[in-house]
Design a protein around this ligand. Structure first.
Ligand SMILES: N[C@@H](CCC(=O)N[C@@H](CS)C(=O)NCC(=O)O)C(=O)O
Length: 213
């Protein structure tokens, strides 16, 4: 059976998990500690997840994994058209969303952060990239107001709880991980269509929400 190496918080890993869930294809999930550099480097030559392991053949790159599993049996589930409006919304929100998400992951009880060393590794690496976590957390109200406004703009783009464009497409693989990450933030207001969509995608993909909002 295929094995996926992931971090729970990683949105790219969620993409890989989603395609297995959407295809109802059984797989084994392995969570690595965030400071485990040796395991991924041994497999693909760099410290990067997700990694798909097919009997010792390794594949990195989330979208390569998605394409492979989607087409593996001649019965793809991602068959719909993508929407430029959805892509534009994702791009805009991705430009700031990590300021809300990154400082919160490390305080949650996630499998990649079960040791002090793993939490310290993540904190050092991400503070260097995104800024001091305490400062980011102190800016919560600003970023919350922004995402709540952006979620109102997302609502009319959601055509169905089953698929943002009405038929499953790569847009769902790009959009759901962002909304799933957001569920670790308290105080997010989901317009009803967005709320139905994220809950249905969670059920269909087997990737649970964090349920903080
Ligand atoms: N291009 C990669 C990006 C994957 C990626 O950025 N993964 C992050 C976690 S979200 C990672 O493993 N970073 C190394 C680290 O966290 O130390 C893909 O789409 O698979």
């Amino acid at each position: 059976m295929e094995v996926l190496y992931v971090y729970d918080h990683c949105p790219f890993c969620v993409k890989a998990r989603m395609i297995f869930g959407l295809k109802k294809r059984p797989y084994v999930i392995h969570y690595l500690l965030n400071d485990d550099e040796a395991t991924p480097i041994k497999m693909i030559g760099e410290k990067m997840l997700p990694i798909l392991d097919e009997d010792g053949h390794y594949m990195g790159e989330s979208m390569d994994i998605v394409h492979k599993i989607n087409n593996i049996d001649g019965n793809p589930v991602l068959t719909g058209e993508t929407s430029p409006a959805v892509a534009a919304w994702i791009k805009q929100v991705n430009s700031y969303i990590n300021k809300l998400l990154i400082p919160r992951y490390v305080n949650a009880t996630l499998p990649e952060f079960t040791t002090e060393e793993a939490r310290t590794y993540f904190t050092n690496k991400k503070e260097a990239a995104f800024g001091d976590f305490k400062t980011l957390l102190s800016e919560t109200d600003h970023w919350l107001a922004k995402i709540n406004k952006d979620l109102l703009a997302l609502e009319p783009l959601i055509k169905s709880p089953k698929a943002c464009n009405g038929e499953l497409s790569e847009d769902d693989i790009q959009l759901f991980p962002l909304l799933r990450g957001l569920s670790i933030v308290e105080g997010v207001n989901y317009p009803s269509k967005v709320d139905q969509y994220r809950k249905n995608m969670s059920d269909e993909s087997g990737v649970p929400l964090y349920n903080m909002s």
